[in-house]
Ligand binder design. Structure first.
Ligand SMILES: [Zn+2]
Length: 440
């Protein structure tokens, strides 16, 4: 009788150019070449809390879900072989977890949920592995066990996206991509793909620059959409093959939980509502800081220079504005308290902002001078006096209530929800019709 298995792995990345998705690509290729295995979903590409400083590049963990007639022991041995073959870098703190069963236990799902926004420890991960008799391997620092377990438990039940990742044959050849084709693809498929091209900065976003085997990655709303976008770019040279992943990228999943300003925890991600209590100021390097408060406390908010136009919008905030902010808590240092590194803000209510001016002389039309507090005004030209009060002029704000402001595409993180996705609600079932491609 075949059983259901969930395989999670993490942190086979390293700066020397390996990539956890490439391990997944190769493992899936071997798994589906055996008729005893049947994938139940696209491989899941799970991005975890991006505000943990000791993460690997993208903090990506992966899960493969399948029905298999292989024994648990044989399947685990096969996966372990891949971990050992690929995670060879001394920096790859790889982890592998295998769970057998249809339903993921609530405790594992809860662990995965917390992995999105908090900092989890190895002790807890090991306890869960023991409690549910999971098969596991972890190498070096063993940190990868946390991500592997978190990947098993996140079945992407609600909002999700897809990414087609294509791999190259030779790592030494430069990636050759036709920019005009990518710009065209991005325009033609704009409602169904996202973050392919930053038109504001004329920058291609689908190809990495490092030494890794990834040739390109196209993100979108459905498997068909990313495949279609890829077809527009084909043919491309030096391709080993491609695979489509289902993912939480572009969903903002790490920013759903509230952050308490009472005692915000370092490296946690989330959101909170507050009133601007200290106006934005620009510091050396072009970084913008302001402060918000609510009944729980106060916190400084930071928008860094690379967020460019986002920072310009933040500068337009003023004391009294009510905003929702999302981001990650930066650890305090001896010089600075904890800061919320902003990933978005939403204007809830704008304060009215006025400038005042002295009344004008009715005879001469020039601005009158003040005779002192509460003493009225006097025209310096003709001597005419006036008891009128100052004119208040409401200033246009440049910000819109209800609007969400986010950094430009080039400054997005994998989990950043792009503007085009804010109107979407996706709670549909996943029809699994796997379309993957292999070459040589
Ligand atoms: Zn006058």
């Amino acid at each position: 009788m075949p059983s259901t298995f969930h395989i999670g792995f993490d942190d086979t990345d390293s700066s020397e150019g390996m990539c956890t998705t490439f391990l997944c690509y190769n493992l899936v290729k071997e798994l589906i070449s055996d008729t005893r295995n049947e994938l139940l979903d696209y491989p899941n590409l799970i991005r975890l809390n991006p505000n943990i400083p000791w993460k690997t590049r993208g903090n990506a963990a992966l899960a493969i879900r399948l029905r298999s007639s292989l024994s648990k022991k044989n399947l685990f041995a096969l996966c372990g072989k891949y971990i050992k073959r690929f995670a060879t870098s001394p920096r790859a703190n790889a982890g592998l977890v295998l769970f057998e069963g249809e339903e993921i236990p609530a405790k594992i799902q809860d662990f995965s949920n917390r992995a999105m926004y908090s900092v989890l420890g190895l002790v807890e991960a090991r306890e869960i592995v023991r409690e549910f008799c999971l098969e596991s391997i972890s190498l070096r620092s063993n940190q990868g066990l946390i991500g592997a377990l978190a990947a098993v438990g996140n079945v992407l039940p609600s909002d999700h996206t897809f990414e087609l990742i294509a791999y190259r044959k030779s790592l030494s050849k430069p990636r050759v991509l036709d920019k005009s084709k990518i710009v065209m693809m991005s325009e033609v498929t704009s409602s169904k793909t996202f973050s392919s091209y930053d038109s504001e900065y004329d920058r291609i976003m689908i190809a990495p620059h490092g030494p890794d085997p990834v040739f390109l990655g196209i993100r979108g709303e459905s498997a068909a959409a990313v495949k279609n976008a890829f077809n527009i770019l084909c043919p491309v040279e030096n391709l080993r093959g491609w695979m489509i992943f289902r993912s939480n990228q572009g969903t903002g999943e790490h920013l759903r939980e509230p952050i308490s300003l009472d005692n915000p925890k370092a490296y946690y991600s989330g959101k909170t509502l507050g009133t601007v209590c200290e106006a934005p100021r620009t510091q050396i390097g072009g970084h913008v800081f302001f402060e918000i408060e609510n009944e729980q406390g106060k916190i400084g908010c930071a928008c860094y220079e690379p967020t460019a136009v986002f920072r310009e919008f933040a500068k337009m905030l003023t004391v009294g504005d009510v905003i929702e902010v999302g981001g990650g808590i930066r650890k305090n240092t001896t010089l600075h308290p904890k800061v919320l590194n902003l990933e978005y803000f939403k204007v809830v209510k704008l304060a009215e902002k006025f400038t005042s001016s002295n009344p004008k002389c009715l005879r001469c039309g020039v601005s009158m001078g003040s005779m002192g507090r509460g003493q009225g005004f006097r025209c310096e030209k003709c001597g005419q006096k006036s008891s009128a009060s100052k004119h208040l002029i409401e200033q246009p704000r440049g910000l819109t209530e209800g609007r969400i402001y986010i950094p430009p595409v080039r400054a997005h993180r994998h989990l950043t929800k792009p503007e085009s996705r804010f109107q979407l609600t996706k709670k549909r079932s996943i029809r699994v019709k796997l379309i993957n491609g292999w070459e040589s």
